[in-house]
Write a protein that binds this ligand. Structure first.
Ligand SMILES: NC(=O)c1ccc[n+]([C@@H]2O[C@H](COP(=O)([O-])OP(=O)(O)OC[C@H]3O[C@@H](n4cnc5c(N)ncnc54)[C@H](OP(=O)(O)O)[C@@H]3O)[C@@H](O)[C@H]2O)c1
Length: 368
């Protein structure tokens, strides 16, 4: 790979990351226009319906785009969607060469590279492809798995415990907490189980992050019996409540009427936690424009999601304390059967904070 291509593609990726968590159902994409070894302009896709990254960068470049190279993290689109095809704008601007990281997998959207090549533009693809796919994970998950990309985040003691059942409180440090809020800023939604909503009463918002925004809040609770409409997470923002068909109907209308927030209720038939229902729920959540979910527990929901192969990655925050087994809850519970061999975590990073350390990895299921 050409060192110049790598250098400018890295810049395009920095641009793309500015849109992470803001563009769903579209992918975050970044672009850079380079002429005679100089960066002429940059751009990124800000949100669905807004101009694509290439168009922003080309517009900023103006006449300086003529004869230049365009670096873009995703293959330029070649179709009329909410906006006209980027390929047309690229040709009109007189771009000489286009370098992109990932091919567009979506049938009907792809083919931009080929079209440009056939129109006389030099086209190079696959530069920093792995890094490019990393940025596109939520978009690719919806396209390939028909559900959002799901990352399980848990905070625990060194021996993998969260506090005693029905007790709340932070286990990990303020530094870790800040990092969690940064993560929330990058995910379309934050999801928890009903007991966590009740016991911890979290706001699930994004605090202390410059330019941060709150994502959609999702609660999964089969009965609603113990879910008060006064809980903090219902007071502000967009909430999706997933409950059972035999839930407490009075409570359901109470939450609906008392809450100021915009609510959607998803009510599958029968046990929410069986594979079919949980998978259907995740699929339906994606239809609301949620391409990524930060799953923040609790223990039972985390276990069920893993058991049904619905978690893609994990981020476990460990504090140096030891809890033992005196009434404590395992960070991930309710995994039944021979699950030690059903999936493994492929560790991708180990980070050390002042008081905690963090293990990040991808979940590799046996049947995939
Ligand atoms: N350290 C961390 O990172 C972290 C993160 C999140 C939560 N937590 C802690 O985790 C605890 C809550 O986790 P959790 O596992 O008890 O609940 P949870 O996963 O938050 O919620 C489980 C939901 O599933 C329902 N459910 C159905 N069958 C169940 C079963 N057999 N066991 C448990 N729930 C069942 C519960 O309904 P009912 O409520 O009607 O039983 C509840 O609505 C709290 O103490 C919270 O502080 C820690």
């Amino acid at each position: 790979m050409d060192a110049e291509d790598i250098r400018y593609m890295k810049l395009a990726m920095i641009e793309a990351k500015k849109g992470v968590g803001r563009t769903s159902p579209n992918p975050p994409v970044g672009a850079v226009v380079v002429r005679d070894g100089e960066v002429v302009s940059t751009g990124f896709h800000e949100s669905a319906g807004e101009p694509h990254a290439e168009i922003i960068a080309l517009k900023k470049a103006g006449e300086r785009a003529y004869g230049a190279t365009l670096y873009v993290t995703l293959e330029p689109c070649n179709h009329y969607g909410k906006t006209p095809p980027c390929t047309k704008a690229i040709l009109k601007a007189g771009i000489r060469k286009v370098v992109y990281s990932c091919a567009d997998p979506v049938a009907g959207h792809c083919g931009g590279g080929l079209f440009l090549r056939e129109s006389g533009v030099i086209v190079t693809e696959g530069i920093l492809k792995n890094e490019g796919e990393e940025i596109l994970r939520p978009f690719l998950s919806v396209y390939l798995k028909d559900r959002p990309y799901i990352l399980l985040k848990m905070g625990m003691t060194l021996d993998g415990k969260i506090y005693r059942t029905n007790r709340s409180g932070y286990i990990t440090s303020d530094e870790s907490l800040h990092h969690v809020h940064e993560l929330r800023n990058e995910f379309d939604a934050v999801m928890i189980g009903g007991r966590t909503a009740r016991i911890d009463n979290p706001r699930l918002d994004c605090r202390g992050v410059t330019g941060g925004r709150d994502g959609v809040k999702i609660v999964i609770d089969p009965t609603l019996k113990n879910l008060s409409p006064e809980l903090k997470l219902f007071q502000k923002g967009t909430v999706i409540v997933v409950t059972g068909d035999d839930c407490d109907k009075d409570r359901l209308s109470e939450i609906k009427s008392k809450s100021e927030c915009f609510l959607k209720f998803i009510i599958p038939n029968g046990d929410i936690f069986n594979k079919k229902n949980l998978s259907t729920v995740m699929k339906e959540i994606a239809t609301y424009g949620v391409s990524s979910i930060l799953l923040e527990g609790g223990s039972y929901l985390a276990g069920q999601m893993l058991h049904h192969h619905l978690v893609d990655s994990v981020k476990f925050f460990y504090n140096s304390s030891i809890a033992g087994n005196n009434g404590t809850l395992s960070a991930v519970s309710s995994i039944t059967g021979d699950d030690f061999s059903d999936f493994k975590i492929k560790i991708r990073a180990l980070e050390s904070y002042v008081d905690d350390f963090v293990v990040s990895g991808d979940v590799i299921y046996k049947d995939t």
